[in-house]
Design a protein around this ligand. Structure first.
Ligand SMILES: C[S@@+](CC[C@H](N)C(=O)[O-])C[C@H]1O[C@@H](n2cnc3c(N)ncnc32)[C@H](O)[C@@H]1O
Length: 307
């Protein structure tokens, strides 16, 4: 029986996924809506909101038969519809319910696999229990804090430290470059760092400064000298700049040997800069993901315990 790897493109970023598949030498055998199927087993893609491994086509004879066959494979199922929406929803309504409520920051991730399925034809399902995310279709939302953060950029760092770096942080030093108006600096403050260097050409909001433990530097991040800092546990960047400038800054801090972990937003102008994105990926043991809270940007990270 044929198996496929399925990639669900992010809405409005289908072209990014298509280009990524091309760069990685993968040609979709089948495509419907935002769902691309490549024959065989392949790694997750940056520009897929969910990657689904070992997808199999399963014929069904009725709504009940579809639900029964999915339940026999696994418990939790995220549905993406590519047509036959009503029939697909009726099958989904017969499957076990799971929690889809927004979660708090650093809430433990759902345990147990999250499956992916779609009704490809009225009598043909495609499904797998092996996917890249514990959240249905890779979509996750937080109980937002409407009081403290001065911008919504904090949601990216919340997602990162909930999904990709959930380990406990007790003290240490972090640096936040491109920090104004202060959302990321606020998140770092709540993570119990003893000291947070916050760097931007524009000031961060006073109520964030007033939280203490923050050393604000009103200057360009590109002029920073790693020798002026003690060892840094987390280097965080959300600077708006060309990917090349960020890469040079990251490399300067990597070369200093003073930084343990990095998390940086790579932002794009009109076009996705694949050449520089691939340069980031050449940094050993680092990863690039498109967070649910990223827009036309991706998140590059390197965790010291994985070097
Ligand atoms: C998207 S905002 C950051 C939002 C911030 N992470 C937050 O959560 O509030 C990007 C910031 O990059 C800053 N920036 C641009 N060029 C910079 C540079 N050369 N040095 C430092 N900051 C810079 C801008 O001033 C802007 O405040």
């Amino acid at each position: 029986m044929k198996h496929y790897t399925g990639y669900l493109a992010i809405h409005k970023f289908e072209a990014e996924l298509e280009r990524e598949l091309e760069i990685k030498g993968l040609t979709p055998a089948l495509k419907k809506d935002r769902l691309y199927l490549v024959e065989g087993e392949h790694p997750p893609m940056i520009w897929a909101q969910m990657s689904a491994f070992g997808l199999e086509f399963i014929p069904i004879t009725s709504i009940n038969d579809g639900a029964r066959k999915l339940k026999a494979l696994g418990r939790n199922w995220g549905l993406f519809t590519v047509g036959n929406h009503r029939r697909a929803e009726l099958i989904q309504s017969e499957l076990p319910k799971y929690n889809t409520k927004p979660i708090p920051f650093r809430h433990p991730l759902p345990n147990g696999p999250m499956g992916f399925w779609t009704l490809w034809e009225p009598d043909l399902i495609i499904a797998t229990t092996r996917t890249s995310s514990p959240f249905a279709l890779g979509e996750m939302d937080f109980h937002e804090d409407k009081v403290m953060p001065p911008s919504r950029a904090y949601l990216k760092l919340w997602e990162f430290f909930t999904v990709y770096a959930p380990e406990e942080i007790s003290g240490g030093t972090s640096i936040d470059v491109g920090s104004c108006p202060g959302g990321w600096t606020w998140v770092l403050r709540t993570l119990n760092f003893d000291k947070i260097y916050s760097v931007d050409k524009a000031p961060i909001e006073k109520r964030i400064m007033d939280l203490g433990h923050i050393d604000f530097r009103k200057e360009s991040a590109f002029g920073l000298n790693p020798d002026d800092f003690e060892p840094i546990d987390w280097f965080c960047s959300d600077i708006i700049c060309y990917p090349e400038r960020l890469l040079n800054l990251v490399n300067r801090f990597r070369d200093s040997g003073k930084v343990k972990n990095f998390v940086c937003t790579i932002k794009y102008q009109a076009e996705t800069d694949w050449e520089k994105t691939l340069k980031f990926l050449e940094i050993p043991n680092s990863r690039i993901v498109h967070l649910h809270h990223n827009k036309h940007e991706v998140t590059w990270f390197l965790k010291g315990d994985q070097q």
